[in-house]
Design a protein around this ligand. Structure first.
Ligand SMILES: *[C@@H]1O[C@H](CO)[C@@H](O)[C@H](O)[C@H]1NC(C)=O
Ligand SMILES: *[C@@H]1O[C@H](CO)[C@@H](O)[C@H](O)[C@H]1NC(C)=O
Length: 436
């Protein structure tokens, strides 16, 4: 896709209800549903639980490798675009487009900015379940000219000798936005009303009306909603209400479809005396990502410190499943976990996971596990650092990576997580997300 955009954090969000006092200028909420939940259109009922868990490992790994490339290339070249792959969706989002509004299911990606949908006519669209969005049937659609500011904030890209953004036959802005796996959207940049139920509606938001699209991974979605800090993202376009958002990820349950909220604006504020905050670190090499400083991890009573603790050494990502750590740091943490759990006779090897135990019910010792971000210590529960991958096998939910370290979503389960872009901080509070 595009030079300075990296899709690392894909969330798919599914809208269902809004809070009673939703108000577009103050705040609103959207329900989130995990992609492996039976409520999700991606739910594959013939997949076993361990297949799902195994898939999560593969998704996390491919994302980290992509990051590694992008961070090393970011300083030197325009080719960072090859590292953008929107393939790690975990949650689903519904968003309404146009007037009258039509509801669409889209990937929400905290690692890119452009909002786009497949639009008719579409000579080259990937298949989707819902009807294509037809700008002609919306009274609020307007195209943007190629001289517009919005058009100029698109990433530049050359495809088959043609540079993008460029001017169409009526001076309209033609966009090309691509992702590292070859996914892309090409079409016309326009403005349109975006809404979330009755209460939250945003007129004249920039979006790409894609007439030639390819989304390799999640073919049934109608498009993608960018949530990073770039100029064209949903977060950046909805004004003050977008400067703060929060979510609360419940434990994944295949039995029941738990949903939870993605909140914006005042509704996103988390409170209570257990709230801790850590600075969001701006990085000029990739200013749109959400970087934090990880200082170390304590297992039991022993603390392992990271050698490089400043300048944003880890990305927080609700779209990556596992937590990925620098190798030498990871292996020290893993050794402490292994020592604390004991039960060496139950260790089994499961594909990509590094540390797994069988006969889980006979394991007694789960160590104290504390994550130290600058200014914020998080006490993790066993469900945040072990995943059940079958009835009696569990694996350590962290892995080493040579690429970009990522604080993934298993570690965030049953925490409220608030992103405050004005105060440049991320806050956490331990809660039961199924009761939110
Ligand atoms: C669902 O999972 C089964 C078992 O892994 C697999 O064979 C099948 O291709 C999957 N179906 C889809 C639509 O992904
Ligand atoms: C976090 O934990 C570390 C090590 O246990 C401690 O030294 C530090 O004071 C704690 N920081 C906060 C903000 O509680």
């Amino acid at each position: 896709m595009h030079a300075h955009l990296h899709s690392f954090a894909l969330i798919i969000l599914l809208l269902s209800t809004f809070s009673v006092n939703s108000n577009a200028t103050k705040g609103f909420s959207i329900d989130l549903v995990h992609r492996d939940s039976p409520l999700s259109p991606f739910y594959n009922s013939s997949m076993t639980h361990s297949e799902r868990v195994q898939n999560a490992v593969l998704r996390s790994m491919s994302r980290a490798n992509r990051f590694g490339q992008s961070s090393s290339m970011a300083e030197t070249s325009e080719l960072v675009e090859t590292d953008i792959i929107p393939n790690d969706a975990n949650y689903l989002m519904k968003i309404s487009v146009g007037t009258p509004p039509v509801e669409r299911l889209a990937i929400a990606d905290t690692g890119s900015d452009l909002i786009w949908f497949q639009c008719s006519p579409c000579p080259q669209c990937y298949p989707q379940n819902e009807q294509l969005f037809d700008p002609k049937s919306s009274s609020t659609y307007a195209s943007l000219s190629c001289g517009s500011e919005q058009c100029k904030s698109l990433p530049q890209f050359t495809v088959q000798g043609q540079s993008y953004p460029n001017c169409g036959t009526s001076n309209e802005c033609m966009h090309f936005y691509s992702y590292g796996d070859g996914s892309h959207s090409m079409g016309e940049l326009g403005t349109e009303s975006l809404s979330f139920g009755q209460a939250a509606s945003f007129p004249n938001k920039v979006f790409g009306c894609g007439h030639n699209n390819n989304l390799k991974v999640y073919q049934n979605t109608a498009g993608l909603v960018g949530l990073d800090q770039g100029r064209l993202s949903l977060v950046s376009q909805i004004g003050n209400v977008g400067r703060k958002f929060s979510y609360c990820l419940p434990p994944i349950s295949q039995q029941q479809a738990t949903s939870t909220k993605l909140r914006f604006g005042e509704e996103a504020t988390i409170s209570g005396n257990e709230v801790v905050s850590t600075p969001l670190i701006p990085r000029s090499d990739s200013p749109t990502y959400y970087y934090l400083n990880l200082e170390g991890i304590t297992v039991g009573q022993q603390k392992v410190s990271l050698t490089s603790q400043s300048n944003g050494n880890i990305i927080i990502d609700s779209g990556t499943t596992l937590t990925l750590l620098p190798p030498s740091f990871y292996y020290q943490v893993e050794a402490l976990v292994k020592q604390a759990v004991g039960a060496d006779q139950f260790i089994v090897q499961i594909n990509n996971y590094k540390l797994c135990y069988k006969n889980v019910n006979s394991i007694q010792n789960f160590p104290n596990f504390e994550v130290h971000f600058t200014g914020a210590n998080l006490s993790l529960k066993p469900q945040n650092f072990f995943r059940m991958i079958s009835n009696d096998v569990m694996c350590f939910a962290m892995l080493p990576t040579e690429g970009q370290p990522i604080y993934g979503n298993v570690a965030q389960i049953n925490f409220e997580v608030e992103y405050d872009l004005d105060q440049k901080k991320v806050s956490f509070a331990p809660v039961d997300c199924t009761k939110q």
